[in-house]
Each structure stands twice: as C-alpha cells, then as structure tokens.
Design a protein around this ligand. Structure first.
Ligand SMILES: [Fe+2]
Length: 269
C-alpha cells in the first residue's frame, strides 16, 4: 500500500480546487454543485466512521476516505454538461469519475491495487446490484461505499423533503430527477418494496416512486453500522412522512418496519 495521510490531504486540496472551478465557471448552477460537493465530503466522513467501526488499519481507513471523497467526482461534469443528475438522461456518473481520474492523472502516487480498488468500488457504487470481483478487497470496499453513499443521500433528501414540505418554493427539480410530483405510486415499485426487493431505477415514474426507491435501500445494506445509523438518524420515518397517507403506503410501511426491526435486532447479537 502506498496511500498516506499526505497523499489524502493532497486529494482534498485537489478536490477543493476542482469544485471551485465549477462554481466559478457556472455561477447559475452553484447551488446543486455545492450540494454534491458537500455530499462527497460527508460520504467521505461516513466511510471513515464505518472503517473505524470495522477496525480497519490506518491505510485502509485512508483508502475508504478517498473512495468516499471521489465516488461522485463525475457528477460535476455531468451536471454542467447535461444539467441533470439522472444518468439515464445523460451519462453514467461513475464512469465519468474514471474519466476525471485519467484526465487529471490524479491517482498516480497510488499502487496498482489501490487504483483498482478505487476504480472498481466507484463503478460499483451506483449499480442496482453490485458486481462481484475476484479480489475480495474490491468487494469489501464496494460494499462500504454503497452503504456510506446511501446513508448520506438519506441525510440530504430527508433535509430536502422537510424544507420543501415547509416551503413549496424551495422545490429543486434536479434533486427530484425531474420526476412528476403527483399522488401516484407505480405498481412495479409497490411490488418490489412489498417483496423486500430494491426498486429498479427503470421502474420509477413519479417522485413517490423515487422516495420508495430510497426507502427500499434498507434491503441492500451490508454492515450493522449502517443499520444502526439509519435507526439513529430516523431517515426511514422521515421519508415516510413525505409520502401520502393511504392504504398502499400503510402496507409498505408495515413491511419495511418489520424488516427493519429484525435487521436491528440482528445487529445486537
Ligand atoms: Fe453517486
């Protein structure tokens, strides 16, 4: 392993300069650029928290921190070019991250294995189902970033749903992936959650579907740490608060609640 504190502090300085270029070059888009930059830093912190909980060694903690910081580094090019965070309407932002690494020769001081772990775990972070690699370390860091990312998206969107609930003018269509905000829940989305399966992006048609996709991430957590943190932060309840109150939602609520209770009990064993 070649990673060191000095290298990671260089990454953080590079990241700050990189973001500044976008904010400076696209002042009209700075709100969402800022939200994503903040998300990258917070996912990086989640990664450190999780790595410490898992008692990883110092270099592994640094690698986790780096993956967190860079997992969404492709979002900025995506957003200024296409003005959307929907990969389907633009480009896969995980693949864009690899492009950014190459263009900037960013990982040059790391070992080949470290570079491979960073690339593969970032490519895995936004897949509906992760792709398992022969290298167990790739799988492990992929599982970590998938949890850390979910935890911070829950923070971001529950804050957003709350603000929007109080003031409709705070609506941010980009964060909603431009989905229509009506009362509908798609049948396929409803069935996935009721079957305790993650919701596929392709089946989303409304903002409620997107909220249910975010709720369904509970079925795809890899570490006890994440289940506990989800509980402490009450993210699930906050998303349910932003959904309509009807019979279908009550059914979903009880399925999710039961699943979550059992997961929580398992973490205390
Ligand atoms: Fe992402």
């Amino acid at each position: 392993m070649k990673i060191s504190k000095e290298i990671v502090s260089g990454f953080k300085q590079w990241f700050a300069r990189y973001i500044y270029q976008f904010i400076d070059g696209y002042p009209d888009l700075k709100e969402n650029i800022g939200l994503k930059a903040d998300h990258c830093k917070k996912v990086s912190e989640e990664m450190v928290g999780l790595a410490q909980y898992l008692q990883l060694n110092e270099q592994e903690v640094l690698l986790a921190e780096t993956i967190g910081l860079f997992h969404d580094v492709g979002r900025f090019k995506q957003y200024v070019k296409f003005q959307t965070f929907s990969d389907d309407k633009s480009q896969n932002h995980a693949e864009l991250a690899i492009e950014v690494f190459n263009e900037n020769n960013l990982l040059k001081d790391l070992s080949e294995e470290e570079i491979d772990i960073i690339h593969q775990s970032i490519l895995n972070h936004n897949k509906a189902e992760m792709k398992y690699d022969q290298n167990e370390r790739v799988n492990f860091f992929s599982q970590m970033i998938r949890d850390a990312d979910k935890l911070d998206i829950w923070r971001l969107i529950t804050e957003y749903y709350m603000v929007k609930g109080q003031d409709a003018e705070k609506e941010n269509k980009t964060l909603e992936l431009e989905l229509p905000d009506n009362d509908r829940i798609s049948e396929e989305v409803y069935r996935s959650v009721m079957n305790r399966q993650v919701v596929l992006k392709e089946s989303m048609q409304t903002l409620n579907d997107f909220k249910l996709l975010q709720i369904g991430w509970v079925f795809d957590l890899n570490f006890n740490y994440s289940v506990k943190r989800l509980y402490e932060k009450k993210y699930l309840y906050k998303i349910f608060d932003a959904l309509p109150d009807n019979e279908k939602m009550n059914q979903i609520n009880s399925v999710v609640d039961e699943y979550f209770r059992i997961s929580l009990q398992d973490t205390s064993v």
